[in-house]
Design a binder for this molecule. Sequence first.
Ligand code: NDP
Length: 298
Amino acid sequence: MSLPVAFLGLGAIGAPMARHLATDAFTLRVWNRTASRAAAFAAEHGATHAKTPAEAVRGASAVVTCFPVSRDLESLLDGPDGLLAGLSKGAVLIDCTSGDPATSQRIAARLAAAGVDFLDAPVSGGVKAAVAGTLTVMIGGDAATLKRARPVIDAFGEKVIHCGAVGTGDAVKAVNNALLAMHVWSTAEGLITLRRAGVDPAVALDVINTSSGRSNASMNLFPERVITRAFPRTFRLALLDKDVGIAAQVARDQKVPSPLIQLTAELFQAAHRALGEEADHVEAVKFVESLAGQEIIP
Ligand code: NDP
């Protein structure tokens, strides 16, 4: 028997995740705000597509959502076409948005009142891991709900980690991405400084990547995207700005002195404003370069 599943939000990472549910194990129905994307996905992958969120989730045991921010999900709950009009009692909603804990907690309470369970389940690994079905998935919610949702999450996730109560998956994701943002920015500053001091950036990376200053940014992002000037668009800077902002808010809520996280949030807000909605997160390096009047080129 195949499991009836709905997937809502077929964006850069949502679409490749949903592809792993278009198999014999699931009966997949999709919905996307821009309907043509859902129609094209359904035609290509043998799924069905729905005209409204309510229609998409009607009869589904599990619903996966993946939007830019938690508020996008919250805004789809109500009204005759909304999720609450279609969700069945006993269903589980797995939200893969990199969301914010407070909104996830509000959504979980609204769903609980309708007999629907909720997990915040943001992912990491990028589009590459989404295509391969090897994402890391960080879960907030109760263990019994996670156990029920595992067959669906396992379809696109390789490492599934239960972080704690609702909202903790979001918090872990936000802090992880704040660290990513710091690494991108600090590596850019470091390489610009070394370039001015007469060191070829490829040589500098060769040293750093076998030394203690290395990170995913220095080992992968800079060699593949910055030194080559390729800057492929896989994860929007706007979304990283949002994530660092969430981390900064969580730190303030928890009354943690966090000057580095707060400063990183300001810097990424400025980079986002300067480079626009469609720029990739690694293009923040171009903003650091513009401040220095110096490009990182070999
Ligand atoms: P995209 O901007 O590529 O896609 C966003 C999706 O959400 C689209 O399907 C879009 O629909 C839909 N959407 C946007 N706003 C609304 C709204 N108000 N109501 C309903 N639907 C809406 O984002 P990504 O797929 O890159 O990211 C999705 C989430 O995953 C984000 O939280 C991001 O931080 C996270 N993430 C992304 C990664 C990546 O590498 N891209 C990596 C890890 C996490 P439409 O087609 O109409 O625009």
